[in-house]
Design a protein around this ligand. Structure first.
Ligand code: KG4
Ligand code: ZN
Length: 336
């Protein structure tokens, strides 16, 4: 089964062509990062316009680069939520048109499930079931138990901000560019002994399967403000803040994932979403799995952030419905 997946839920116009949920035959992304950088974050109306300009070319070029023709495609998969409604509409409308023109099914895909399915891309075998997944993206922070793909169970999630939002906000306050996660990571990697105990923030006080990052965000913001007031937001202090924030965030995320795996008596753990590309998070998890005798599966770096291949994979493992025809497929900014 060869599926063409379309992803336009935020600021990437991305298409992937995937065979049997795992083997990537083609992939192409038109990133809008440079456009949004000047605003410090994604501007929905601008994002929709950029999708509109890029989408046809990305679809055709991806098919061509994969050396395939339309006759090879068995199904179209498209993210229909959650996401920015005007951005989603671009992908969903294109998918409907293709489905109608090619007379093949179009299947709606939940963006969060697509992130989870990214764990199977370009792997020699499926991620072993059951597993517990830590999904950490720009919009969500969730722990999910997956006994099988048709029965994903939400264990717990953030009460307020997502981990990605916290990375982006702190980065902005430190004068770093969007998206903030990779920038914070780069800064924190410069930390040496003299930076490591300069600032300390407290772990959020919420339940084992819950997250809350708004308090942490405020505490870091206040610290930055205080340094600015006394004209002391030096490069060393920026490094020390980025380090303290990343340490706390990655400790919180990895410990909660381990706790959830113990609660569900589940040996297999995975991570997904943009924040899952964080190197410190991966390092910590590698230490924890040794200690607790667990198996960790991680997506390739390029499949952590939004991409069309993960949508094609989800169209294979967990489409919302099959044989949905073009007229009853809608975009939804919020999803279950
Ligand atoms: O999954 P994603 O591409 O988009 C959403 O579905 O939201 O995630 C984007 C988020 C951004 O907040 C970005 O700052 C964060 O992922 N991110 C990272 C890293 N790379 C991307 N956060 C921490 N460390 C990274 N290396
Ligand atoms: Zn995403």
């Amino acid at each position: 089964m060869i599926i063409l997946g379309i992803e336009t839920s935020c600021d990437d116009t991305s298409v992937g062509i995937v065979q049997d949920g795992r083997k990537v035959l083609g992939e192409l992304t038109a990133s809008q990062i440079q456009t949004h950088r000047q605003y410090g974050g994604v501007v929905p109306e601008v994002a929709a316009r950029e999708h509109c300009i890029a989408i046809d070319d990305v679809i055709y070029t991806c098919l061509e680069q994969a050396g395939l023709s339309w006759g090879d495609i068995n199904r179209i998969a498209v993210t229909n939520g959650p996401g920015l409604i005007s951005s989603l509409l671009m992908g969903v409308s294109s998918a409907k048109i293709l489905s109608s023109y090619l007379d093949i099914p179009v299947v709606p895909v939940n963006h969060l499930k697509a992130h989870i399915c990214a764990n199977n891309l370009n792997k020699s075998q499926d991620c072993e079931l059951p597993f517990v997944c830590l999904l950490v993206s720009g919009g969500h922070t969730q722990l999910i138990y997956i006994p099988d793909y048709s029965n994903m169970q939400l264990i717990g999630q953030s009460r307020d901000d997502s981990a990605g939002e916290a990375f982006d906000k702190i980065a902005r306050l430190l004068g770093l560019q969007y998206p903030g996660g990779p920038e914070i990571q780069k800064l924190a990697q410069q930390a040496t002994g003299k930076h490591k105990n300069l600032f300390k923030f407290s772990r959020p006080k919420v339940g084992n399967a819950e997250f809350s990052f708004s308090g942490l965000k405020t505490a870091v913001a206040r610290q930055i403000e205080e340094l600015q007031k006394i004209n002391n937001l030096t490069q060393d202090n920026k490094i020390a803040i980025a380090y303290a924030f990343e340490e706390l965030m990655t400790e919180e995320l990895s410990q909660k994932l381990i706790l959830a795996s113990q609660e569900y008596n589940c040996k297999n753990i995975t991570i997904a979403g943009g924040v899952a590309s964080n190197a410190r998070l991966r390092d910590k998890l590698n230490i924890y799995i040794e200690k607790y005798n667990l198996n960790l599966s991680v997506p390739d770096m390029k499949y952590c952030v939004d991409n069309g291949a993960m949508v094609a994979s989800a169209g294979y493992y967990c489409p919302d419905s099959i044989n949905t025809r073009e007229f009853n497929l809608y975009s939804r900014s919020q999803r279950d």
